[in-house]
Ligand binder design. Structure first.
Ligand SMILES: [Zn+2]
Length: 467
């Protein structure tokens, strides 16, 4: 159909008006987001919080006195920073005490080894365990072995963790740590030693959680530093029958009460809807938990504080959740899901910072595929800090990985983790490993992300569940 000439300007005008009215809030959001970018890059708050947590509390193993100190520290800091609401929710956590760990090669070339107990391991008998080593290059290789080969020996899983920007090497080797003891015990092994799940060459073993199975006899489990794993491997090349004496004295100390610590900025127009940004407050006991996950605690707290300082609150409620007892099996996150079952459908999106302090380079989401392009377009201000649009396959970091299966959209703000597994779960996880400039970039990106999500008009549900 041919339109009369005079109608063209009217159509053009109405199109322009429509465009302006829909874009106006987006442009406003993006302007605020730009302010947050600047403020985030100038803010010293995250570093101050991280220094305070690592110096004044330090290692904070779930259920330990220091864990409760960390809870008190968090409540004090969040109140001081002026959140609208600060509260804590009780979580029952298993308590494990590390004790001592010692190992020696007793034959053929006697020398001491550097090891650490894996989290949750039982102790050796008082006289220790002395047995020959049998080496496997992976958990999969151990699972293929016969009982005859393994019976009465100390299993050694010698699987190297590869360095990668997104840390994917960890996912490949960590099953050996978590499931190795059960697999070895099923074949009659008396203990298990694994090559540390770490990318460094320091003589510094990496701890981390391992599990038993009720119907399988528990055996002691420890990690060797990477150079110690190399040493045993080189010895085995010369001669089979490498014999090891192992002494571990960890203790299961029952349960204790810890807390998820929560702080909120109440939404101005949709207060019942929640943008959850989290991190975990607990840490392993050997370092000061600067990277894992003091950095995350500092980043999400400082990011929310920048939004708290804006003249008006964004539409949705911003909820900072500092989860308890992530390291020993997402215990706090599981409790959160139970405690907040009634409002999970009001969680607009959830994300967690738990990958150290390396710069963020990509935003992955897990949202309704029909709005993916619109979300990516809407989040474009993040590109100013070098953050690319990623994929729709985000699982979220550990604690929020429970959410997609419950219908809650999640995001992963991908950090450069090339050196993360050099220090992860070792005594070397300390404040000096944190680059203050990258930490600021994280705060700026998280505050932009959080603000934009709290203001977004996009329907993020239904999400596609990942398996
Ligand atoms: Zn962590």
């Amino acid at each position: 159909m041919k339109l009369p000439k005079y109608k063209w300007p009217i159509l053009l005008l109405s199109a322009l008006l429509t465009a302006c009215s829909t874009n106006e809030p987006i442009v406003k959001n993006q302007n605020v987001s730009l302010q947050l970018l600047q403020k985030g890059q100038d803010s010293e708050l995250a570093y101050q919080l991280l220094e305070s947590l690592t110096v004044e509390v330090g290692p904070r193993l779930p259920g330990s006195p220091a864990d409760l100190q960390a809870v008190n520290w968090a409540v004090t800091q969040l109140n001081r920073l002026g959140f609208d609401r600060v509260y804590k929710e009780a979580v029952t956590v298993p308590v494990w005490h590390r004790g001592q760990a010692h190992a020696d090669i007793v034959a053929p070339y006697p020398q001491p080894l550097v090891i650490t107990a894996l989290g949750g391991s039982i102790a050796t008998p008082a006289e220790g365990i002395t047995a020959d080593i049998i080496r496997f290059t992976s958990l999969a290789a151990l699972e293929l072995a016969s009982v005859d080969e393994v019976f009465g020996k100390i299993v050694f899983i010698d699987h190297k963790t590869e360095r990668h920007i997104n840390g994917q090497g960890y996912g490949q080797t960590v099953p050996g740590r978590s499931k190795g003891a059960v697999s070895a015990a099923k074949k009659g092994a008396v203990a298990i030693l694994i090559r540390s799940i770490g990318t460094d060459s320091d003589r510094m073993p990496h701890t981390g959680m391992m599990r038993y199975q009720p119907d399988v006899k528990p055996i002691p489990a420890a990690a060797l530093s990477n150079p110690d794993a190399d040493l045993i491997t080189a010895m085995l090349k010369r001669q089979q029958g490498v014999r090891i004496q192992l002494d571990l004295s960890p203790q299961d100390q029952g349960t204790a009460t810890s807390y998820n610590v929560i702080a909120e900025l109440t939404g101005s127009s949709k207060p019942e809807e929640i943008v959850l940004i989290g991190a975990h407050l607990d840490s392993w006991d050997e370092g000061t938990g600067a990277l894992d996950d003091g950095a995350g605690v500092a980043i999400v707290t400082a990011a929310a504080k920048l939004i708290a300082d804006l003249p008006t609150r964004p539409a949705r409620t911003i909820r900072v959740v500092l989860f308890a007892a992530e390291e020993i099996g997402l215990v706090g996150a599981k409790q959160y899901v139970i405690d907040h079952q009634h409002e999970l459908n009001l969680h607009y999106i959830a994300a967690e910072s738990d990958f150290g302090a390396g710069s963020i380079y990509q935003l992955d989401v897990n949202v309704n595929p029909e709005v993916l392009t619109a979300v990516q377009h809407y989040m474009m201000p993040l590109a100013d800090l070098g953050v690319n649009a990623g994929n729709n396959q985000a699982r979220g970091a550990p604690d929020v990985s429970l959410f997609p299966a419950l219908g809650v959209p999640v995001a992963s703000l991908r950090q450069d983790g090339r050196d993360y597994f050099d220090y992860h779960h070792t005594p070397n996880d300390t404040l000096d490993k944190v680059d203050p400039i990258s930490l600021k970039q994280n705060v700026a990106v998280w505050s932009q992300f959080t603000y934009l999500m709290a203001q977004s008009e996009l329907p993020l549900r239904p999400i596609v569940e990942q398996d």
